[in-house]
Ligand binder design. Structure first.
Ligand code: AP5
Length: 216
C-alpha cells in the first residue's frame, strides 16, 4: 500500500505508521526521524534542521523535498510505503504529486488522524524516545518494561527537545497555519480518510485496518 499519515503533532500517527509498517512489511518513511538521525550524525542538513526544529518551526520545503527525493530513489518504495509527517505544506504535497507521477506509484490513501488539543498535549508531554532506535513510549499509556530503558535495544529513553509544553503549543499553531490546508487539498482528490484517534493504540490500529480494507 502507498499511504500518507498526517495530523497534528503527538496525535499518534508515528505509533500507527510503525505498527502498519511491521504488519505489512512496507517502509515507514518519517521525515521527523530522518531529520533527528541527521542531527545525531552531525551532518550539514542536520545542523540546518536543528535550528528550526528546536523552536517548533518547520524545516524549509527545499531541504525536506530534497531529502524525500533521495529516499524515493531507493528501490524498497516500489513495494509500498507509509509516509509519516510528510507532506506538511502545500508545496510539499505538490512536489510529492510530481515525484510519484514520475515514478508511476500514486498514493492510494491519506489517513488524517484527529484528536482534541488536550489529548495531543497529554500524549506528547508523556512521550519518551529511545536515544538509539527512536522507538517511542509513553510514561502512562505505553511504558517500557524497565523504567527509562528501551525494550528493543536497552538504550536510554529521552524526552525530545521539542516536546516541552511551550514548544508543543507552537507546533500546534504551525500545524494549523501550514499543514491543515492539506485537508481540503486531499479531500478534493477524494483521497482523505478521517481516523478518530482518541482511543487506545489497539483500537486505532483496528480502525486503520478497517479503512485500508475499504480502499484496497
Ligand atoms: P515529527 O517527528 O514528524 O513530529 P510531529 O509531526 O510533530 O509528530 P510527533 O512525532 O510529535 O507525533 P506523532 O503523531 O507521530 O505521535 P506519536 O505516535 O509519537 O517532526 C518533528 C519536527 O521535524 C517538526 O516540528 C519539524 O520541525 C520537522 N519536520 C518533520 N517533518 C517535516 C516536514 N515534512 N516539513 C518540515 N519540517 C518537518 O505519539 C505521541 C505519544 O503518544 C507517544 O508517547 C505514544 O506512545 C503515545 N500514543 C500514541 N498513540 C496513543 C494512543 N492511542 N493512546 C495513548 N497514547 C498514545
Amino acid at each position: 500500500m502507498r499511504l500518507i499519515f498526517f495530523g497534528p503533532p503527538g496525535v499518534g500517527k508515528g505509533t500507527q505508521a510503525k505498527r502498519l509498517s511491521e504488519r505489512r512489511g512496507i517502509p515507514h518513511i518519517s521525515t521527523g526521524d530522518m531529520l533527528r538521525e541527521s542531527i545525531a550524525a552531525g551532518t550539514p542538513l542536520g545542523l540546518k534542521a536543528k535550528s528550526f526544529m528546536n523552536v517548533g518551526n518547520l524545516v524549509p520545503d527545499d531541504v525536506i523535498i530534497g531529502m524525500i527525493e533521495d529516499r524515493f530513489a531507493q528501490k524498497d518504495v516500489r513495494e509500498g510505503f507509509v509516509l509519516d509527517g510528510f507532506p506538511r505544506t502545500l508545496p510539499q504535497a505538490e512536489a510529492l504529486d510530481r515525484l510519484l507521477t514520475r515514478l508511476r506509484i500514486p498514493i492510494q490513501g491519506v489517513l488524517f488522524f484527529t484528536a482534541p488539543d488536550e489529548v495531543v498535549v497529554d500524549r506528547i508531554s508523556g512521550r519518551r524516545t529511545c536515544s538509539r532506535c527512536q522507538a517511542t513510549y509513553h510514561l502512562r499509556f505505553q511504558p517500557p518494561k524497565r523504567e527509562g530503558t528501551c525494550d528493543r535495544d536497552g538504550a536510554g529513553l529521552l524526552q525530545r527537545p521539542d516536546d516541552a509544553e511551550a514548544k508543543v503549543r507552537e507546533r500546534l499553531k504551525v500545524y494549523q497555519a501550514m499543514t491543515a490546508p492539506l485537508i481540503p487539498y486531499y479531500e478534493k482528490k477524494g483521497q482523505l480518510r478521517r481516523v478518530a484517534a482518541q482511543g487506545g493504540v489497539e483500537e486505532i490500529s483496528a480502525e486503520v485496518e478497517r479503512i485500508l480494507t475499504a480502499i484496497q
